[in-house]
Design a protein. Structure first.
Length: 65
């Protein structure tokens, strides 16, 4: 078993998005290679979609109540 108490930063940090279950990726990527985190959805383009997403979230929230 390998473990670490600290995570030292790499010279060139990289974020990679994967469309895969986090647990499956954790089984394949050792701790020395990657820190696997669940990421939140982010709207990048176009900016108008932010308003549409907020409206949809409000509708879904109302439906769930």
């Amino acid at each position: 078993m390998q473990s670490s108490v600290t995570a030292s930063p790499y010279e060139h940090p990289v974020r990679v998005g994967l469309h895969a279950p986090a647990e499956g990726v954790r089984r394949r990527a050792p701790l020395q290679v990657a820190r696997i985190e669940l990421d939140e959805t982010e709207i990048l383009k176009p900016a108008e979609c932010c308003d549409l997403a907020a409206n949809l979230a409000g509708c879904l929230s109302a439906m769930a109540s």
